[in-house]
Design a protein around this ligand. Structure first.
Ligand SMILES: [Zn+2]
Length: 430
């Protein structure tokens, strides 16, 4: 079985033909130069070809909350969004804190076969922040875990954080921190500001994130380990990251599509679809996050796709769950925030949504050059599309997408996973 992609724009730079045979790219040549009578031919004139997208931060909810999402539905949403690899966060029921659970998630991902699912292992047993989980057993399991995170919770105890950073050095692991000082965010509901006072919602100060990022950067330097900062959301965090990178501390960071695009003003609606952890911040924060991403101070975009059933997002703001879905809209939000504004090019998008995340996850078959003999993981985008998001039109089991009714630019049209279409003309190939 072979596929011939004709005259697509490689990362927006030059037009090429790409021949795919079995699971590999067998030939890349100038546009409209390859002929192959046996191949399925697709004309990609006017479309952008990127390496398949890689997400470092996805909540697939299985095992335990199959009413919110399953590995199957999350994989379908990922394929539709142009992803060929996702990292599944550990806050499931049971928690992914043993080799047994990470292997279960790994095997589920493989059996569904729409996207590679790489489990993230918990840092502490039960995400309780008390004792380290079996980090090396997870690293040595068939799931080959390299990223560890208590995401949803912060590893707030500095002694435990130090020990975790030291421990993962043995297998070149990375600790991905959800930076949230728990005592500074007790009952917090939205960004701390004049607006939170006006709305009567408990404030979530920027310093609650920044204090942990600063501490962790210093700990990482002290023990010479690797840190990844989840969902950076403030200008102050960007400043700390800039300082840390200047000092060559081994730290990487992600920003979510929603923190690049939505601000605390959305909270005025009291619509809990805008309730998220960390909270939506100010326009100044958004500007600094965008600049930092373009500059490489923030390394990657990660979705923090966090599905919740309707009943957990309805009703009072204060009792609603934190989180938003995002796999199917991520590329379009990033294109609208970063390409339409001319802050980044398509090659930059390839870097922050595929190449860099694959490097941080130590994936050898994703985020690779689009070249002969590479595994064919590709994402094909219409850069001229303009579309209105309908939260109900989703493969996710949940509809808590905050971009509902907004108009976004660019759209993923096809996804090729290991040489086969996982999504074709908008249709996920089950
Ligand atoms: Zn988090």
């Amino acid at each position: 079985m072979s596929i011939l992609l004709k005259n697509g724009s490689l990362k927006g730079e030059k037009n090429v033909d790409i021949l795919i045979e079995n699971d590999k790219i067998s030939k890349v040549a100038p546009g409209n130069s390859i002929k192959d009578d046996k191949a399925e031919v697709l004309d990609l004139t006017g479309l952008i070809v990127l390496p398949g997208l890689v997400d470092l931060h996805t909540h697939l909810r299985e095992p335990g909350r199959e009413d919110a999402e399953t590995v199957a539905t999350g994989s379908a949403a990922a394929a539709r969004g142009g992803f060929t690899a996702v990292h599944a966060m550990a806050n499931t029921l049971p928690v992914a804190d043993t080799a047994g659970v990470v292997e279960q998630v790994w095997n589920l991902g493989k059996s569904i076969g729409l996207v590679d699912v790489y489990p993230v292992g918990a840092v502490t047993i039960g995400l309780k922040g008390e004792n380290l989980a079996e980090l090396s057993a997870m690293a040595e399991s068939t799931a080959r875990v390299r990223i560890f995170s208590d995401d949803g919770h912060c590893v707030s105890d500095p002694v435990l954080m130090r020990r975790a950073l030291e421990y993962v050095k043995a297998f070149n692991g990375v600790i991905a921190q959800h930076a949230q000082e728990p005592r500074l965010t007790k009952n917090a509901q939205m960004n701390e500001s004049e607006l939170s006072g006006k709305l009567g919602l408990t404030g979530w100060p920027a310093v609650a994130e920044e204090a942990i990022v600063a501490r962790d950067v210093l700990l990482t330097e002290h023990v010479q380990s690797k840190l990844h900062v989840c969902h950076a959301s403030t200008a102050g965090t960007v400043e700390i990251l800039r300082w840390a990178k200047g000092k060559k501390v081994n730290v990487t960071a992600e920003v979510t599509p929603h923190h690049l695009f939505l601000s605390q003003i959305n909270c005025e609606s009291y619509d809990a679809k805008f309730k998220v952890n960390p909270p939506l911040r100010t326009d100044d924060d958004i500007n600094e996050l965008r600049k930092a991403l373009a500059e490489g101070i923030i390394d990657v975009v990660a979705t923090d796709h966090a599905p919740h059933p309707m009943e957990d997002k309805e009703g009072e703001w204060s009792s609603a769950a934190f989180g938003m879905t995002g796999l199917e809209t991520a590329l379009s939000v990033v294109a609208t925030a970063m390409i339409e504004t001319k802050l980044m090019t398509w090659a930059d998008v390839a870097r922050v949504m595929s190449e860099k995340p694959a490097e941080i996850g130590q994936l050898t078959e994703h985020g690779r050059p689009i070249a002969e003999n590479e595994i064919a993981n590709l994402c094909i985008i219409d850069p001229n599309a303009s579309w209105k998001v309908d939260a109900k039109d989703t493969h996710s089991l949940s509809t808590n997408n905050p971009f509902h009714d907004m108009t976004l630019k660019s759209k993923v049209i096809h996804t090729i996973f290991r040489g086969k279409f996982s999504m074709k003309s908008g249709q996920v190939q089950k």
